[in-house]
Design a protein around this ligand. Structure first.
Ligand code: ZN
Length: 201
């Protein structure tokens, strides 16, 4: 199962790269085999996502410390964000991060992204109708992982659609499995592109 999951996730990472979602070795991805697991499989730092393979994951513990530590292995610089998402949303087993352009463009001008009236909103788990209002929080960017950990702890009740956007940076989305995480990331990206293009038309 783990080999298949790594293979599927690596393939998706390469596809996202081809869409321009992870330029210049950016972005990071992780999964757990079961929600109750402590070990996290996360993408190594500095890998060109065009060539990402199932060998490019490494294991860290629930606090982001590498397991089987080697000086050649460094987890993503944003590992702390993954650890906090797993802690706050315990049914999560997969987290995807994107630097795609449209959420970043929106994040520059808004403290939250509001969507209403789009069929694709139903891509978010729990949303049953295009008439529901979907509000995605935007957080300031920082190089300090503790900043994000605190923000998530303090704003957990505002994170209702399994994703958030970092201003001028990108998107985090997650799910109870890989398929659901992928659906959430792609739903948010599509909504941002749709709204940006309709507003600018
Ligand atoms: Zn990033």
């Amino acid at each position: 199962m783990i080999d298949l999951l790594k293979h599927e996730l690596a393939k998706t990472i390469r596809i996202y790269n081809s869409k321009g979602w992870s330029p210049a070795t950016s972005t990071n991805y992780s999964f757990k085999l079961a929600p109750e697991d402590k070990d996290i499989h996360i993408s190594k730092s500095g890998i060109d996502k065009a060539n990402f393979t199932s060998e490019d994951f490494m294991e860290v513990d629930e606090n982001g410390n590498p397991i089987n530590f080697s000086i050649h292995l460094k987890p993503s610089a944003e590992t702390g964000i993954h650890c906090q998402i797993y802690k706050l949303f315990p049914s999560t087993t997969c987290i995807l991060h994107s630097h795609s352009v449209y959420p970043v463009l929106w994040s520059l001008e808004h403290k939250e992204l509001v969507f209403e009236g789009f069929e694709i909103q139903k891509g978010f788990e729990g949303v049953m109708s295009h008439q529901e209002k979907v509000v995605i929080p935007v957080v300031e960017n920082s190089q300090d992982m503790a900043f994000f950990e605190n923000w998530m702890k303090e704003n957990g009740e505002k994170i209702n659609f399994h994703c958030f956007v970092i201003k001028g940076h990108g998107t985090y989305a997650w799910g109870k499995n890989f398929f659901e995480a992928k659906r959430h990331l792609e739903t948010l990206d599509y909504l941002c592109e749709l709204k940006w293009k309709s507003n600018k038309a």
